[in-house]
Design a binder for this molecule. Structure first.
Ligand SMILES: Nc1nc2c(ncn2[C@@H]2O[C@H](COP(=O)(O)OP(=O)(O)OP(=O)(O)O)[C@@H](O)[C@H]2O)c(=O)[nH]1
Ligand SMILES: *[C@@H]1O[C@H](CO)[C@@H](O)[C@H](O)[C@H]1NC(C)=O
Ligand SMILES: *[C@@H]1O[C@H](CO)[C@@H](O)[C@H](O)[C@H]1NC(C)=O
Ligand SMILES: *[C@@H]1O[C@H](CO)[C@@H](O)[C@H](O)[C@H]1NC(C)=O
Ligand SMILES: [Mg+2]
Length: 342
């Protein structure tokens, strides 16, 4: 009989083994490494997870075109020269009402305080293609920044690829920074900020970046900025580690994200994904199976599509994402199950 826990634990032992050999080497060579811990925060759907994935060059953080794709703190690491960048991807800010509506885990509320306190620097992602929200920071984001004033933060204006004209960007930057970057007024805003007319933003960002997390424009500049902010320290994660998540959770979240992408309205939020089989001991591939619990037969049929065509399509996208996550071949089976009434 197959035993899931056992197989998962086997792969952890390998990682732990690597880490312990590594730590002893490092102790001898005494702090050759630099580290920077970066918390990425922002409104739902602003592109936080996509940005982290682009920088670490692996689809670690589940991303989708719907809000509240990320529901827990996820670390993603990469090494550049002798610097380890440890990203903390966070759920989009959420109210209690939204948490109920989208059936989100209770742990999402308050996840931030934990995350922000261990950050060396905080990156705030803002979607500047959203006409309605681009000119002010989410009030929960400003509150959080006010709460950790001593930690440097930087602003990332994302999705610039969607803008037809870049003309609006300067006034957006002024709005989001209250006319001040790194303690200095942006030229031409002295009067406006003195009038205190613009108070939609945060006045102590150390830098502003314009990027497209989707196509990678401007992302290198963020990476260089982070490397420049790294401090010598002993590594908490081994240089070969790339996430703090279990394979189980990575696969379940990747599956959930693709259902969010492909299904409409609230339907995908009502699905529960659970890894039922996972094996990475076979040659160079991962073999896995995920059960997706649907609230009703009707929804299961809708997801399957005519002749199961829609499910096949979703499955092939999930497989592509998992390949760019694990960087090896992946065999995945998706089983729809209908929730039994009890
Ligand atoms: N055009 C464009 N789309 C982007 C860009 N960055 C992210 N997106 C898209 O925006 C959507 C949301 O991206 P996510 O990375 O899931 O956003 P998030 O901030 O992590 O969202 P939550 O976890 O739900 O808070 C996805 O469909 C992305 O493909 C970008 O630079 N340009
Ligand atoms: C890493 O080091 C190489 C060689 O010293 C250098 O060319 C490169 O620019 C460095 N990368 C970064 C991101 O600093
Ligand atoms: C502005 O941010 C820096 C860190 O980047 C911090 O040391 C300083 O105290 C902050 N200033 C204010 C007024 O909050
Ligand atoms: C700030 O936002 C408002 C509306 O959201 C916009 O009219 C204005 O041009 C923006 N820029 C400044 C500098 O106020
Ligand atoms: Mg996310």
């Amino acid at each position: 009989m197959y035993n899931r826990t056992y197989i998962l634990r086997l792969s952890y032992n390998k990682v732990n083994f690597l880490s312990s050999t590594f730590y002893s080497t490092q102790a001898k060579e005494n702090l050759l490494w630099k580290i920077v811990n970066v918390a990425i925060i922002g409104a739902p759907n602003s592109g936080k997870s996509t940005l982290v994935n682009n920088i670490v060059e692996r689809k670690i953080c589940a991303a989708s075109n719907k809000v509240h794709t990320t529901t827990k703190l996820v670390r993603a690491m990469c090494i550049e020269n002798s610097t380890q960048i440890v990203f903390l991807d966070t759920p989009g800010v959420v109210t209690e009402k939204e948490q109920m509506k989208y059936k989100l885990p209770a742990s999402m509320i308050g996840a931030y305080h934990k995350s922000l306190n261990c950050a060396d620097v905080i990156g705030v992602v803002q979607d500047v293609s959203n006409y309605y929200s681009r000119d002010s920071l989410h009030h929960q984001v400003t509150d959080m920044l006010q709460g950790v004033k001593n930690i440097p933060s930087f602003l990332i204006l994302n999705k610039i690829d969607k803008l037809k004209s870049k003309r609006q960007l300067l006034s957006t930057i002024k709005n989001l920074t209250n006319g001040r970057i790194a303690g200095k007024p942006i030229p031409g805003t002295e009067k406006e900020s003195r009038n205190k007319k613009i108070q939609r933003g945060f006045a102590n960002f150390s830098d502003v970046f314009l990027v497209s997390a989707l196509n990678g424009d401007g992302v290198k500049e963020i990476k260089d900025y982070l490397i420049g902010n790294a401090k010598p320290a002993s590594l908490h994660y081994s240089p070969t580690d790339w996430t703090d998540q279990t394979p189980e959770s990575l696969i379940e979240d990747a599956v959930r994200a693709k259902f969010l992408d492909f299904l409409s309205q609230e339907i995908p939020y009502s699905l529960k994904t659970q890894l039922e089989y996972y094996d990475d001991e076979i040659e160079d591939r991962i073999v896995s199976s995920v059960a997706v619990e649907c609230p009703s037969e009707r929804i299961a049929k809708l997801i399957s599509g005519a002749g199961g065509g829609r499910l096949q399509q979703i499955k092939s996208h999930i497989r592509d994402d998992l390949i760019s996550l694990f960087k090896k071949q992946v065999v995945i089976d998706i089983q729809l199950k209908v929730k039994t009434k009890s």
